[in-house]
Design a protein. Sequence first.
Length: 185
Amino acid sequence: PLWSADRKKILRMAPAEYIGRYMKNWFDYSIADEMHQLAGDTAQGNALGVLAQAGRKALALTGTLLGGYADDIFNILYRLDAPQMATEGFAWGGEGRMDFVRQYGVIETVKKEREEDNACSRRSKKSTTVKRRPGASPLLFGKFLMSNTAFVSLEDIASELPPYDEQVIEVEMEPHLESAYGEIE
């Protein structure tokens, strides 16, 4: 044959892919910090979904739940609780995201009509533009977040934090760094 699989080499795959294939419910908890950075259609975002499924419970932490738009949380909700999103009628991808924005966000529809004079006839040109706008319905919080979200502010946990202390400690430069630094100045 012109081609055949070489099974003697080491099989290589991304750690998240390995965990997704072979380690379902392996962990007690999957923890993701700064999860708002994992909301995009990226490899890291996809890894969030895989790791969330690998744990019995998922703990997703962020200080920025929404960036102002309802669909900022669409991918995160789908990755952390796909069955609920599907039950609510939202498909994964662009069409599902747009349906989500129509139901829980703000949409602006701009219709323009312009008449054109031609030598032989009159014609109007129509265009419709649909744009998402900042805003999220309170129903979004009630439907998807209130049952599984803890909203904690810094004041709520400040008594448990160690005292904050900031100090400047000067460190001498090594001679070769000091000479290079002197050349730059």
